[in-house]
Design a protein around this ligand. Structure first.
Ligand code: PAF
Length: 280
């Protein structure tokens, strides 16, 4: 496996590789969830690469950026084991040289939920993903379903800008107690880690109610809030039952189904999770 730090070298490495080429962009601190995205890419493409770049432009909180776990050597071992051929791990100055000033506003789908709680976050995601896609030029790029709004924003942007890549969703991987795998889980205190499965319990309660025929979105939001209120360490930022493509909040869940999502703080750590109801 080749480790590449410079844009020019990444282009040179990629140029002779035949399509289809699968790509998994990451911010490192890898876990089994990321490896499942690499496996998904390998199912679709004979050749697969990944990137490791903690993107400063998508952190609206400087402390969050500083605290973000960085485990490069371990990440490289994991990617090698998973069958990646090349890993692009640039320095911030390579991606954002002096004078860099472009921003990408993907529009309404980027505004609610994470967009409202983290101003500028999706502009930063959109810019870095566009740059990575331009540099690596994959035929397929795999993103985790756990970051459901990110996936919706990237799908919208790729369609709007006619970027020549297929966006693929990789399923959320969960710990035995239901907690969605996330690089941020490592930052939870022992007490908060023990409390965090309440997030999955809240989503499961909604899934169960939907299976029993409940379609009233307000009632389902209330159900989630009620479950979360049982855990005093859990501080919800939002609970949402929204259209899965536009992310507009629903009154009733119709044939298009719904994206049910939430963000909950445990101490200084913010966890997000979601389930998709109905047809995908
Ligand atoms: O999901 C992530 O890890 C990041 O948002 C991404 C897509 C790698 C862009 O920095």
């Amino acid at each position: 496996m080749k480790l590449v730090r410079a844009i020019r070298e990444m282009r040179e490495v990629r140029a002779p590789l035949d399509a289809p080429f699968g790509f998994v962009p990451t911010m490192g601190a890898l876990h089994a969830g990321h490896l499942s995205l690499v496996r998904r890419a390998r199912d679709l493409c004979p050749r697969v690469g990944a990137s490791i770049f903690v993107n400063p432009a998508q952190f609206n909180d400087k402390r969050d950026l500083e605290r973000y776990p960085r485990t490069l050597e371990r990440d490289l071992e994991m990617l090698r084991g998973a069958g990646c051929e090349v890993v692009f791990a640039p320095e911030p100055s390579e991606i954002y040289p002096d004078g860099f000033s472009t921003s990408i506003d993907v529009g309404p789908v980027a505004r609610p939920l994470e967009g409202a709680m983290r101003p500028g976050h999706f502009n930063g995601v959109a810019v870095v993903v566009t740059k990575l896609l331009n540099i690596v030029r994959p035929t397929h790029a795999v993103f985790g379903q756990k970051d459901a709004q990110q996936l919706a924003v990237i799908r919208r942007m790729v369609r709007d800008l006619d970027l020549p890549v297929e966006i693929v969703a990789g399923p959320t991987m969960r710990e035995a107690d239901g907690l969605a795998m996330s690089s941020r889980n490592a930052l939870l205190t022992a007490e908060d880690r023990a409390a965090a499965p309440i997030v999955w319990q809240a989503l499961s309660a909604v899934g169960d109610a939907y299976s029993r025929g409940e379609r009233d979105a307000g009632l389902l939001r209330g159900l989630m809030s009620g479950v979360l209120s049982r855990e005093r360490r859990a501080l919800p930022e939002y609970v949402s039952v929204a259209d899965p493509v536009t992310l507009v909040e629903l009154e009733q869940i119709g044939p298009a189904g719904a994206l049910v999502s939430l963000a909950v703080k445990f101490g200084a750590v913010r966890l997000i999770d979601n389930v998709v109801l109905g047809p995908r």
